[in-house]
Design a protein. Structure first.
Length: 360
């Protein structure tokens, strides 16, 4: 690679000039006053570097001035050059220009060659990059295809799973419905059996409660009041049932009486319907006379159902609701047949409501 002369600024070949050991600058031999083919001493320094070092004689002569002095010597004290020296100077200048052009041409060729090599290397790298991009495109296309296939497979599996879930849900719902129906049926059957066990029982309410009372004797007094003769051997047991309700107006708990014969129970219930409104007057019971009630005994389920039916019938202005042998019936008015109520859904169906105990 060619460089420029630090003295004249023209291009030159480094191998054909003088190189400063201090500043590493390169000069034409002529520019620094060195004769052609003269061997430079080791550690040669240019005039500028020499001028920077302190000297005793302080002779700081510029490079170009020295070169000019050596190229144009002063002859016989004359203050001008001879014509011959001018011609030689022109030839030397032409030779220097030709040398500079030759060096510039060589340098340009070297740079063009290096640029061509760089362009060839860039082309090879671009070709490699293009090949890599093509391979990447193929891999991306392959991955995209695999992804699409996997997505389709997943969608298919999801649809199959959704179908299975729907089927299982329907099956489970059917099983639950069947189970609910079976449970409801079993509950109804158990309730019917429990009610059959109470067919000999009656329930007497609104009788004042006392400590150490004889509930069997009270039941006998109620029967006499209703015109039914009951001996001590006709009562299996008589007792107060339910939790204590102190502090309430109807604090007295009901008396449950179990009779030995169902016919005797039916006779007592019939007498209670005939003598509806009977009170405890003349019975020797404590407190002021009060009205009492005798009804057949119901299970807890039937009692709740009967209370809901009575409340709904009152709201809907139905005239009759009653029980017979543990069964619940309702009738809107005289002359119509009674409708049996077995479940809460029957209340909706019979009274034509969508909610228990609402306005019709």
């Amino acid at each position: 690679m060619a460089n420029k002369c630090a003295g004249c600024g023209k291009f030159m070949n480094p191998s054909e000039g003088a190189s400063c050991s201090s500043c590493k600058s390169i000069f034409h031999n002529v520019c620094v006053g060195i004769q052609e083919k003269t061997r430079l001493p080791a550690g040669w320094t240019c005039p500028d570097c020499k001028a920077k070092r302190p000297r005793k004689n302080n002779d700081d002569t510029p490079v170009k001035t020295t070169a000019a002095r050596e190229l144009v010597p002063d002859t016989a004290g004359e203050g001008r050059h001879s014509p011959a020296s001018g011609v030689i100077g022109n030839r030397a200048g032409d030779s220097s220009m030709a040398e500079e052009l030759r060096l510039f041409r060589d340098t340009f060729k070297e740079e063009i060659g290096a640029l061509r090599k760089e362009m060839q290397e860039i082309r090879r790298e671009l070709s490699n990059v293009s090949a890599s991009l093509l391979r990447c495109d193929k891999r991306i296309d392959n991955l995209e295809s695999r992804f699409i296939n996997a997505q389709k497979e997943n969608n298919k599996r999801m649809e199959e799973l959704e179908g299975k879930i729907v089927t299982q849900s329907d099956t489970r719902a059917n099983n639950n419905n069947n189970m609910d129906s079976t449970i409801a049926q079993l509950k109804s059957e158990l309730n019917d059996r429990d009610q059959e066990l109470l067919l000999n029982d009656v329930e007497i309410t609104s009788i004042p409660e006392e400590k150490m009372e004889n509930t069997a004797h009270v039941a006998s007094l109620i029967a006499v009041k209703l015109g039914v003769k009951i001996g001590e051997g006709d009562i299996v047991k008589a007792e107060r049932v339910g939790p204590a309700r102190a502090g309430r107006e109807d604090a007295a708990r009901p008396i449950v009486v179990r009779l030995v014969r169902r016919a005797l129970r039916d006779e007592l219930l019939k007498a209670a319907r005939v003598r509806r409104g009977a009170t405890t007057a003349d019975m020797g019971l404590p407190g002021s006379p009060r009205r009492f009630y005798v009804n057949e005994r119901l299970t807890k389920t039937n009692r709740q159902l009967f209370n809901n039916a009575r409340a709904t019938a009152k709201k809907c202005r139905w005239k009759y609701t009653w029980t017979r042998d543990g069964r619940i019936y309702a009738r809107k008015s005289e002359g119509q047949s009674g409708l049996r109520i077995r479940t809460e859904q029957d209340i909706f169906r019979v009274f034509g409501t969508d909610k228990v105990d609402t306005n019709c």
